[in-house]
Design a protein around this ligand. Structure first.
Ligand SMILES: Cc1cc2nc3c(=O)[nH]c(=O)nc-3n(C[C@H](O)[C@H](O)[C@H](O)COP(=O)(O)OP(=O)(O)OC[C@H]3O[C@@H](n4cnc5c(N)ncnc54)[C@H](O)[C@@H]3O)c2cc1C
Length: 413
């Protein structure tokens, strides 16, 4: 075993959140870049290939500002489709679907609240940006097999025999985070017994930048606009039904898809392989431990109903950068208790609120109980009639409310 050097920050996991965090600490979006090590067991180049992660993400206006500040938005922009309109319906798979809510450009005075981007393009842009930064040492193809948080520095023991030491370890190693487990941080949460089936379709007609969320009895069916005549689908079903749909051949699967999709965009074709993601909610009971900060899916996993999971992780990265840089610029320990407490205080409430809101929405809409349908439809029709309320919701959806970290205001950390 040998230890190369001591880094300021060692990030375990180079998924979307780990890559973004590396740039927030060591990239051009930081006025005094830190020395960062980024470790992942897989080669991120693999993850940028079509079919590896078929998901697309709704990137909020605040996240766009962060990407601009970190110098990656120019590479993402050609693949981003602005959401010009959002339509919400509540109905049956085959029956009528009254449109209950419509958000248009008039409710988004500071531009589109969000942009749809395929994850592979996000990963590719972040990956290339990280590789261009000399301050970031990128160790790919290295699994961290053991963590140590007991000394004056965190240590990541790699399967290659190397030890990466740093003043702070950032766990961006996903929902089964080994770093979180090594620190003894417990989680609370539950599985929804639902899967999110994800695929991309092409259609003859233009979507005009309209995102559609159809609340069907088994769960939300979202049609999300991508550049060109393409849409990304997030189709929530009970686990058993999702298994049945996934087992169908393409023709039968497409027939089921068309029942839910409708005919308003003309002929529809499958444009990518389908994938199913088991859905659940969990939150780490603490976001920090000595020499450790959790972010992204390692800290929280929420229902994709509002497309907020990655955006929450970006907020984590930006807030952690502010907390750490505040200490570093005072000449204090960037991985010490003050920075970690500031991060914990800042992110805990937002995380719990988003988890509770997405959980509540999913429970309220994933059923066909008449009384609940009445209440939710009445609530939505009230919102539909009040323009200032709609503008408020769009501001929330754009991620522009609350105390924003510097990167999310477009300023460097
Ligand atoms: C169906 C669906 C739709 C979604 N839609 C949206 C959306 O529209 N908008 C949005 O904001 N979010 C969305 N999300 C959520 C979002 O996709 C996730 O929150 C995000 O991808 C999580 O990224 P991450 O980097 O935290 O974790 P991961 O992507 O899981 O990355 C973890 C990384 O850590 C590495 N790793 C793990 N353990 C080790 C180890 N021991 N050693 C070395 N490396 C390790 C892994 O190889 C991996 O690269 C959606 C989620 C689902 C399921």
């Amino acid at each position: 075993m040998h230890q190369d050097e001591v880094f300021d920050i060692a990030i375990c996991g180079a998924g979307l959140n780990g890559l973004a965090a590396a740039l927030a600490f060591g990239g051009p979006g930081n006025r005094t870049p830190l020395k960062v090590a980024l470790v992942d067991q897989r080669d991120p180049a693999l993850a940028t290939q079509a079919g590896f992660d078929g998901r697309a993400s709704a990137i909020t206006q605040a996240a766009r500002r962060m990407f601009e500040a970190m110098g990656v938005w120019d590479a993402i922009a050609p693949h981003a489709e602005p959401m010009r309109e959002i339509m919400v319906t509540d109905g049956q798979t085959d029956g009528p679907r009254p449109a209950l809510l419509n958000f248009g450009v008039e409710h988004q005075p500071s531009g589109p609240s969000a942009y749809m981007v395929e994850n592979r393009h996000l990963l590719a842009a972040l990956y290339e940006a990280v590789r261009a930064v000399a301050q970031i040492t990128f160790k790919t193809g290295h699994k961290v097999e053991r963590f140590s948080f007991t000394g004056p520095q965190a240590e990541l023991h790699l399967t290659s025999g190397q030890i990466v030491a740093a003043r702070l370890c950032v766990a961006a190693d996903g929902r089964h985070s080994q770093a979180r487990q090594a620190a003894g941080i417990e989680t609370i949460g539950w599985a929804y017994g639902q899967s999110g089936i994800v695929t991309t379709v092409s259609h003859d007609g233009p979507h005009g930048g309209r995102a559609e969320e159809h609340f069907l009895p088994s769960g939300p069916f979202a049609i999300l606009p991508l550049p060109g005549n393409l849409s990304s689908l997030v189709w929530t079903e009970d686990q058993l039904e999702a298994d049945r749909l996934m087992a169908l051949d393409d023709e039968a699967f497409l027939a089921e898809l068309k029942r839910r999709f409708g005919e308003h965009l003309g002929a529809v074709r499958l444009a990518a392989p389908r994938q199913a993601w088991p859905l659940g909610l969990f939150i780490a009971k603490s976001l920090t431990a000595p020499r450790l900060a959790l972010l992204g899916d390692a800290a929280h996993v929420v229902h994709p109903i509002a497309g907020l999971g990655f955006n929450l992780g970006l907020r984590d990265a930006a807030a952690l950068a502010d907390a750490v840089m505040g200490q570093f610029r005072l000449g204090l320990d960037p991985g010490g208790p003050q920075a970690l407490q500031a991060y914990e205080r800042w992110r805990r409430l937002d995380t719990v609120m988003v988890a509770a809101a997405t959980d509540g929405l999913n429970r309220l809409f994933s059923n066909d109980i008449e009384a609940l349908r009445f209440i939710r439809d009445a609530g939505l029709s009230v919102v539909e009639r009040i323009d200032p309320l709609k503008r408020f919701f769009m501001r929330e959806a754009a991620g522009l409310s609350g105390h924003l970290p510097r990167l999310m205001t477009g300023e460097p950390a």
